[in-house]
Each structure stands twice: as C-alpha cells, then as structure tokens.
Design a protein around this ligand. Structure first.
Ligand code: HEM
Length: 928
C-alpha cells in the first residue's frame, strides 16, 4: 500500500485528527494513537490503529513519548495552540531550531486546529458549526429564508479539517522526499472550509449570477426547480440535478410522460425551453412537486434510470451500502489507487470490531518495541506514566442467542469492572444469574483469577466442552470478543474425529482398506449422521434416567429399516428399502452390519445401547430361521416395524454360560396343543418391555426353543445391574405360562441352536474401546499436572501406547473375521431359500469361525478391561465420577464387565476356541 512503512503518532482527539490518522492507516501507515492512561475513548475512527496510553506529564512517560516520536515519520497534534509546547513536545523539540538540532528532523509535524493559529479566535474553544460560521461558508448554505442550515459536521471537521490535514501530510512527505527535511503542517478548519468552498466563494466574489440573490432563490440552493429534492408518494425522495439544457430536456420529457395521463396544472405542462425562464420557475416547481407525489420513489427511479436526466433516488444509508462495491455499511477507503498491471483489490469488509480501540490496548507491545521490559513497564504503571488495558471489546448478541447485533452495541468491557462476566474461548458469558446454581459452587467463580477474566484454560480443565452446548448454559452467552475467534469446535453431527486413533483407520484420510467399498463408506456417513442426530442425544438422557428408548426413535429407525439391518444380511431384507435406498438388500453384507454396530457403540451409553433392541438382534433370528411360516408372518413384521419387542431368554440363575444346565421346563398340555412352561430366567436384556420371549427350555427329549408371548403366567421384573435400566434387564418368571405348539422354534428336543452373535459384541466392544482412547488422548493433552500437560509424562504415554495397540489390533482382527464371514456367508445371503440350507451354512461358518470369534471376543473384552483400568488411572478421581470430564471413562469402566460376560465369560470362550483347535489337531493326526 502507498503508505506502508510510514510510522504515525496520533495524539488522541475528536473527529478531524482521528480522520486524518484513519486516512493514513487505511493506506498502509502504522498509526499509534496516544491516549491518556485511564481514559476511555468513544473514537470510532480507529480502524487499523493501535493505542498506547502514555502520560507526558510524568517524566518516564514523556521520555517514552520522546523516544517514540523520535523514530516516527508523522505526528498528528489535535490540541489547541501551545498545548504540545507546554508538554515539551512542540515541533522545535523534534525538528530543531536555527541554533539547536532536533530529535527527529525528518518528522512531519501535522497540527490540526479549529480557528486559525494566529488569529483573534486562536485560544477559543469551538466546533465544526463555529468554524463553518467563521469561514463564511455557513452563510451561503441552504436553509430557510431566515437562516442557513448546517450539514451536520461533515464540512469543517472532515472536509476542511481531517481530509485537508491528511493532504497536508502527503504534501509534506513529498517535500521531505525532495529536501530531506521534516515539515510542519498547519491546518485549521476555518481556512480549510474556506479553501474547500472555493467554487461558491469565488462565484460570489466574481458576482456570478448563479450565486446572486436571496437564500433559496439561487441556482444551487433550492431556487432552481431543476436542482432540488422532491418528495414522492411514499414519502421517500428523488434528487434532481439537470442543470444543462440537454439534461433538463431529457428529464422533463420523461417526467411529463411518466405522470398519470391528464396530469396538468390547469392545462399547463412544462416544456424543455422553459428551463431558465425564472418567471416560470414557481409553476415548474409546483408541477414537479405535485407530479412526483403521484408515484413512489422506486417508480421514479425506474423512469430515469439509465438516462441523462440527472434524477436518482435519495437512498437510505443501508440502501447505499447495498449498492456500494464493498456491500458494507462502513464506508471503505477512497480513492482507490490502482496499479494497471495488477488486478484491482476488492475493498476489505470491516466489522463492528473496527470501531473500537481501547486506550492502552497496545501499550505493552509498543513499549516493548522501544526496548522496555516488563519490570520497567510495571514501574511506569505504578507511577501513572502509562496505562495497560486489560479490557476487551465485546460484540453483544441480540435477543436471539447467537445473533450478533450491529455495531452500536459494541461495548468496551474492562474485566475488572464486570466480575460476573467471563470469557471462554472468545465467548462471553454472564454468570450473574447462574453463579448460585453452578454445580461447581459459587466460590470458584469468584476467584480473582476467574471472575471477570478469560477463564478458558480453567474451564476446559474442569468441564467437557458439551457443557456449553447444553441449552440451559448456552443461554448464558451474551456475546463474543471482537476480533477473536473461538478455536474449540463443537462436534458436528456426522463428523469424523480428527484425533489420531479415534476412528478405525479405514475412516481416516490417507488410509486405505481392502475391505470397505464406496458403498460402505456412503453407508457409514449416513449411519453416523443418523446416530449423531437421533440416537446419541437420546442415549445420553436415557442412560441416566433409565427409561426405555422412545417409540419416536424406534419409528425413525423403522423408517430406514434399521432394525432389519441390525439382523445382518439375509432374506429378511428382501424387498426392503434400506437407509433410504443407499444400499440394496442383496448388497448388504457384514461390513454394513459392522458399520451399524460400531456407529451405535460410539454413543458411549452401554445400558441404553442394549436397550436399543439388542434383545431383538438375538431373539428374532431363531424365529426367522426356525419358526413356522404362520408364526413368522405374525411375529416378524411386527418386530421389524418396531411395533412389538422381542428378547432372548436363555440364561438362568443356575446356568449362565452353561446353557445345558437350564432348569426351565416345557411340558405339553394334555391335549398336546400347547407347551406349559415353568421356571425363571435371569439377566434377560429388553425383558422388562418385551412382548415376545424366545425361551430355552428343558423338554422331554432334550432342549427346545419356544416363542412365548407375554400374557398369563409370564412375569417380568427389572434387575438392577451396574448399567442403566434402560436396557430393560429382567428377571422372568414363567408360572404355567402357555405357548401353542406351533411356537416351537426348530426341532423338539433338537437343542438350543441360537446364534449368540458374539461377533456383534466384538464390533461394539472394539469401537467402545477406541472411544476411550480418544478421551484419553484429548484429556492428557489438556490436563496440566505439575505445570505440564499430562502427556509429557512417559508413564502416561506408555499407557496410551498400550491402549492404542489394543484398539488397533482388535479392530484389524475384527475386520479380517468380518471379511471371512462375508465370503463364507456369501453362500447364505444369495442362495438361502430353505431354512435348513441356512443352518448348514451357518454351521459351516461356525465350524471355521467360532473359535476365531470366541478368541476375538475374549481378547477384545479383556483388552477393553485393561484399557478401562488404564483410563481410570489417567483420569484419576474423574475416572470414577459419573458426571463431568471423566464421565465416559467412569461409564466404560463400570460397564465393560457386561461385554466381558455377555455371550460367554472370557475363560469359557478361550477354552472353546482352544478345544475347537485341539479337535482339529487330533483329527489331522499331525505329529512334531
Ligand atoms: C459458562 C460457565 C460455566 C458453566 C456453564 C459451568 C457448568 C458446570 C457444570 C455443569 C458442572 C458439573 C460438572 C459437569 O457436568 O461438567 C460444573 C462443575 C464445576 N465447575 Fe463449572 N461451569 C462454568 C464455569 C466455571 C468456571 C469458570 C470455573 C472455574 C474454575 C468452574 C469450576 C467448576 C468446578 C471446580 C466444578 C466441579 C468440577 C468437578 O467436580 O470435577 N466452572 N460446572
């Protein structure tokens, strides 16, 4: 920019001085405003400037100022004559005199005053209106017959004052370029206004006809009808300025055509040749006044737009801003100096923050540049020589949270004045009505390092960021800090975490996977968005209050056929539109199912996660695969549409992993038409709200699975476990409960062939474990202990390393097994028409993968337990506290035991895997 590199010291003033400084700053100069320590400022012409609060009356302050000005190019003095001299900062100090050298002989010393420096008014106070009055210009301005009107403070302050002074500085810079010597620029607003008004003043002096006559009768002061403002029908105005005959002709011909037909003044209609016939002016004025009143401003705008009629609408400031190249309410610097070889710069938009410059905001920075250290500055503050402001500007919200109001409500806010406000991440919160309700107590908020301060670090050391997103706390935010941006981002539904290892690698940018296709990826995006938007929020509430998932959510899931997809690939998907058609039923494979399981597991709400119809996931397949057609037709659609709920009831107080030890009996009724069931079942997920129970029973010939419907003889009671009762974990009593023989699932006495879906548990467990890795990585970076982040401790990093390795190995093993399932089960999904074929395929798959899955399940949950224990150590007390920072850790640590037990205790599973392997070893008869 033209003035970059130019150093300007502007002593704080009002209107013209700041405007001169603004012109220099807008063109690239570094402008430092010198304020008085402790002063406030309502100067809004401060864009791009800095402020140092320095008191020249204190010796150390004066010394600093002398040094500052000694290295400057320009000084702007807005004071009355003699003030700078009395402070010992007059021009001679810097520019020198004929017999003594100055401190900075290249300085441009610009002085901006109201009345001429040497005239009779030089010591008087005054303002724009007075300067304009003494310039003679006010007397020729339009108004009423009795007296002139004044154009607010534009003419003397800004045109005759600030702009003139800035021009003087530029002239002096040119002169300095030639002579090498500094200059004094002496600008006063009376003389500036006169110079600026050369055209009318010279016109008067030369007795130009246009300037003769009384106010209101002259060419340019409202006398001429063709140089005037007219009010339109809607109260808005048109400006008319067609001075030249050709332009008047263009105007009047259009006007006459545009008025309603028949519009005349008693038959009188103006013509182009009447323009300078002053006899006709009163009629012409009346004609135009009445004519413009026949239509709205926008109509007249259209009539004259694009012509030489010199008639355009009088715009409001907002309309003018919309028309401006910058589209800004704030006028942008002008003129633009354009280098033809470069593309013209689009003027930068400026916001309300540019209207505020806090006195002393940059004192520290500016004095540091002079070489002063903190101790010296502290001493100067004590002496009153400088002021260092801790205040910041706040942009207030309007009544609607999050909506910034426009500039007039920008406030300067000194923290120490307003102790009930705090800043968190550039967001301003008013805690006055909240402090007594604060769960962490009122005293922490009154701490002098918190009250009225930037409490960002303290806040994030003690709260999870979602606290601020809760509606009751969001309301406490009253605005933002001007010019600062929030850096802590609230998660957006559907987003992929940027924390390393927080996502399985196939979701991380730059990583590849042999397993996941484009369709899986699209599917993942849709499922995550759905989970984040609908399941996650409900999960957080229901995990706490223990109530069942909402029917509203069940119905939303139904609309996407989510329940059906949770059963995995298979013929039950046939004809369904999955996830709004994102995946075709025949394409849906185990990787899609893995995505669903893992995305749901991200909610970190274990009890609710089971309450989210996991009973169906294990309870419905036996009906689907072994139920009669009549039974399936009656039960399956109801369950998949979320109208009825089902659970799997196998385990008993005496028989957990040992399914064959079941004691619930089913005997046939005398007429052979019904089963009569007696016994109890324990830890039955979704049992408290299930309508159907897939029950494992001891029968005459062995073990049989029977679908029992809720009714007489069936009683369910909730069991209090360490996770949320939203899981619906039940103790069930069958007391002569009856079920039709047709409800038998599979062969009578054919054994309990249920798919435990341990693989589903592996998916969830692997993902939940990863969530803990993310929590620990974040926490160890933000938590400080012994003055350093926690992750600077090697022992913590070792724990993180172990956690990451466990999460990665579990996921990679899981993906490999899933791939095997896809390929082995390929036979199932495509050709299964007969249930027996399904059983065969399932058995074939189970034969090969049961051991693998058992090992993975045991590994995943045992490594999860280690991770839970490590995470608690890392989070300390917070890791065992149900709310706040460590709430997910506490939850995981408390509920990981479920994963380790459901589907078989770890030891049982490991043993199962080994026994299966040993069987093969002996079959193969291998020897060392
Ligand atoms: C907008 C401002 C604030 C809000 C809305 C807020 C809200 C809360 C909430 C909801 C809790 C309960 C625990 C949780 O759910 O995380 C809490 C705890 C707490 N807060 Fe604040 N708080 C605010 C500012 C502060 C500040 C500035 C401090 C200063 C150090 C502070 C100190 C504490 C402490 C010490 C606890 C107890 C933490 C614990 O038990 O681990 N809070 N706050």
């Amino acid at each position: 920019m033209a003035l970059s590199g130019l150093k300007v010291i502007e002593f704080a003033g009002l209107a013209p001085g700041p405007f001169a400084g603004l012109i220099l700053a807008d063109n690239g100069a570094s402008v430092v405003r010198i304020d008085r320590p402790g002063a406030s400022s309502n100067d809004i012409l401060c864009r791009g400037k800095k402020s140092a609060a320095i008191n020249p009356k204190i010796p150390s302050g004066k010394a600093a100022l002398l040094r500052l000005v000694s290295s400057a190019d320009v000084l702007i003095d807005p004071f009355r004559p003699g003030v700078m001299e009395r402070l010992g900062l007059g021009p001679e100090v810097f520019l020198g005199t004929h017999n003594s050298p100055g401190l900075n002989e290249k300085l441009i010393y610009a002085r901006m005053i109201g009345f001429p420096r040497t005239g009779p008014h030089k010591d008087m106070a005054g303002h724009d209106i007075n300067y304009l009055a003494l310039s003679g210009v006010l007397s020729i301005l339009p108004g009423t017959e009795e007296k002139p009107s004044f154009p607010i403070n534009i003419l003397a302050d800004f045109a005759g004052g600030g702009l003139t002074c800035a021009m003087g500085i530029l002239l002096a810079l040119v002169e300095r370029g030639k002579s090498g010597r500094g200059q004094v620029v002496d600008a006063d607003m009376v003389s500036g206004s006169r110079y600026l008004s050369s055209f009318p003043l010279l016109g008067l002096a030369s007795r130009s006809s246009s300037m003769m006559g009384a106010r209101g009768s002259r060419l340019l002061d409202g006398g001429a009808p063709f140089y005037n403002i007219y009010t339109c029908q809607d109260g808005r105005w048109m400006s008319v300025g067609c001075l030249e005959p050709a332009f008047f002709k263009a105007f009047i011909e259009r006007f006459v055509k545009a008025v309603p037909s028949g519009f005349t003044l008693d038959g009188w209609i103006p013509t182009a040749d009447m323009q300078f016939d002053t006899e006709e002016w009163p009629k012409l004025k009346e004609y135009l006044t009445k004519g413009f009143a026949t239509n709205g401003r926008d109509y007249w705008t259209q009539v004259f737009h694009g012509t030489d009629a010199c008639a355009v609408p009088v715009l409001t400031t907002e309309e003018a801003a919309a028309l401006d190249l910058s589209r800004s309410l704030f006028p942008v610097p002008h003129p633009r100096v354009i280098n033809q070889t470069r593309r013209p710069e689009i003027p930068k938009k400026v916001g309300p923050e540019s209207l505020v410059l806090r006195p002393g905001q940059h004192t520290r920075e500016i004095l540091a540049e002079l070489g002063l250290d903190d101790a010296q500055m502290a001493e100067m503050v004590r002496e009153g020589a400088i002021g260092i402001s801790n205040a910041r500007e706040i942009l207030h919200f309007s009544n609607k949270p999050g909506d910034l109001v426009s500039c007039p409500q920008v406030d300067q806010w000194d923290f120490s004045d307003c102790v009930q406000w705090i800043v968190i991440d550039a967001r301003v919160f008013d805690l006055s009505r909240f402090q007594n309700l604060h769960p962490g107590g009122v005293s922490v908020l009154n701490d002098e390092e918190i009250a009225g301060q930037d409490a960002t670090e303290a806040f994030f050391a003690l709260h999870r960021q979602e606290v601020l997103e809760r509606p009751q706390y969001k309301r406490l935010q009253i605005g933002v800090i001007a010019g600062e941006k929030s850096v802590i981002k609230a998660p957006v539904p559907g987003d992929i975490s940027k924390v390393p290892y927080a996502e399985p690698s196939w979701l991380v940018e730059g990583f590849h996977s042999p397993y996941f296709t484009e369709n899986h990826r699209k599917f993942q995006v849709a499922v995550r968005k759905f989970v984040d938007e609908h399941i996650y929020p409900e999960a957080q509430i229901k995990e706490e209050d223990g109530t069942k998932l909402s029917q509203e959510l069940v119905d939303k899931m139904t609309s996407l056929n989510f329940h059906a997809m949770r059963l995995g690939p298979g013929k039950h998907l046939k004809g369904l539109t999955l996830m709004d058609g994102l995946v075709k039923p025949e394409e849906f494979d185990y990787f899609h199912e893995l995505v669903i399981n893992q995305e749901v597991a991200r909610c970190g709400a274990r009890g609710y996660g089971d309450g989210l119809l996991s009973g169906m996931v294990i309870g419905l397949p036996p009906v689907l695969n072994f139920g009669s057609d009549e039974l399936k037709a009656r039960v399956v659609p109801q369950v998949l549409q979320g109208k009825k709920f089902i659970c799997l009831a196998i385990s008993e107080a005496h028989a957990g992993s040992d399914v064959m030890g079941l004691q619930t009996t089913a005997v046939k009724s005398e007429d052979g038409k019904e089963w009569i069931i007696n016994g109890t079942k324990k830890w039955i997920t979704n049992g408290t709200f299930a309508d159907y129970f897939t029950v494992g029973c001891k029968t005459e010939d062995g073990f049989t699975v029977i679908l029992v419907e809720r009714g007489e003889g069936v009683e369910t009671k909730p069991i209090k476990t360490s996770y949320s009762s939203s899981a619906g974990t039940a103790y069930i009593t069958f007391d002569n409960a009856r079920a039709p023989i047709g409800n038998t699932l599979g062969e009578e006495g054919g054994g309990i062939f249920v798919m435990l879906k341990r693989w589903v548990m592996c998916c969830s467990s692997a993902r939940a474990q990863r969530g803990i890795v993310e929590e620990c990585l974040k926490w160890t970076a933000q938590r400080k202990a012994f003055g350093k982040p926690l992750n600077s401790q090697a022992v913590i990093r070792a724990k993180l390393a172990a956690m990451i390795s466990r999460a990665e190995s579990t996921q990679n093993w899981l993906e490999n097994i899933t791939y095997q399932m896809c390929n082995m089960v390929g036979i199932i999904t495509q050709s299964v028409e007969l249930d027996q074929a399904f059983v065969q395929s399932y058995k074939q798959q189970a034969g090969k993968l049961a051991g693998q899955i058992a090992f993975l399940k045991a590994y995943s949950t045992s490594s999860g337990q280690q991770t839970a224990a490590d995470a608690v150590q890392i989070f300390g007390g917070r890791g065992i506290t149900r709310t706040g920072m460590g709430r997910f850790i506490e939850h995981y640590h408390r509920t990981i035991a479920f994963d380790a037990l459901l589907g078989g205790a770890e030891d049982v599973l490991r043993d199962l895997g080994v026994r299966q392997a040993l069987q093969e070893v002996s079959m193969e008869r291998t020897k060392l």
